[in-house]
Design a protein around this ligand. Sequence first.
Ligand code: NAD
Length: 380
Amino acid sequence: MGIAVPAEVESGEPRVGATPDTVKKLLALGATVRVASGAGLASGITDEDYAAAGASVVASNAEALAGAAIVLKVRRPRADELSAYPHGALVLAIMDPYGQHEALAALAQAGVSAFAMELMPRITRAQVMDVLSSQANLAGYRAVIDASAEFGRAFPMMMTAAGTVPAAKVFVMGAGVAGLQAIATARRLGAVVTATDVRPAAKEQVASLGAKFVAVEDEEFKQAETAAGYAKPMSAEYQTKQAALVAEHIKKQDIVITTALIPGRPAPRLVSAEMVDSLKPGSVLVDLAVERGGNVEGARPGEVVVTPGGVKIIGHLNVPGRLAASASSLYARNLFAFVETLVDKKEKTLAPNWEDELVKATLLTKDGAVVHPSFQPQPA
Ligand code: NAD
């Protein structure tokens, strides 16, 4: 059972799919692990660290991949990488499958079994494999740190001999995994925190972190959570009411952190250019949804935009990657936990149960075809 850990080829991706800790655990499952030289460096892991854990460090991705039964990746392999992937290999990654028919066709054509870790069902058994949670949690934390670095004021209230510095006012929009961590982090730094969401369940969670919940709580709000725990796209009427409430609230804020997402759709637009203009100069917005179309008008992927009114809009890409060592450590454990379910521990062999609900939910391609029901090629 050969396991490959290639280096990520996408620029701006410092994470890696295995750490010395998970290499040891993979070896204990009966696997051999080949890591491409330098794969962990951007996460603070040297070749020597991997070798000390028992992995073979090889010169190139092609060498790591040769003969591998399982490939542990962060990003979906690009079409030009796939020629090095052994036919039949199980490839675990954040596959970003929505609207990517060509890329999925390339995975199918390469004959790999591609698993999209972000489609892991959010059930108790799979919590340890939940890459969305492990990475969003870190992104929520980092959003606050990034905001504080761009903010020209302190977060906590400080009473000094020279006078009092008021506490920063932080507004978190979207109180899922990232938003709740942003609330907790901003509170730890001493800010006064408010938050909004469209799911009623968020109200209590926000309050339990010591923040005030601000939302339009009408009949639609009461129905806004899907059975899977995600938000539904809201009606135009609701969005108008929400915008009016937010417009009033936001102009009193120093920091706004937006995290609102709806699975498989563009991010909802929550902050208009007028709302941005209503903020005081020096205020900071962080749009964690920027890669999915953005919650904030004027946010630009990968940039810190300064508006003519002196408001900063932070649109960093790959925010978990800004904490690469922590992100890789949690991501690698997520992958390991899933690999464990694909192995017959007694026989120490690869034995995926293709009927397992975790496999069915995440498997995109197998035996040359796109097999996931949600990503079937559209008839021309
Ligand atoms: P997400 O990343 O899909 O969205 C982030 C947040 O944005 C969500 O809270 C969503 O309700 C909110 N949002 C969407 N549209 C909005 C709008 N128009 N205005 C304001 N907010 C909006 O969500 P997530 O962080 O992945 O969490 C989704 C849910 O799953 C949460 O209830 C979370 O607690 C739950 N969860 C469960 C498990 C588990 O059981 N294993 C694990 C992780 C998360």
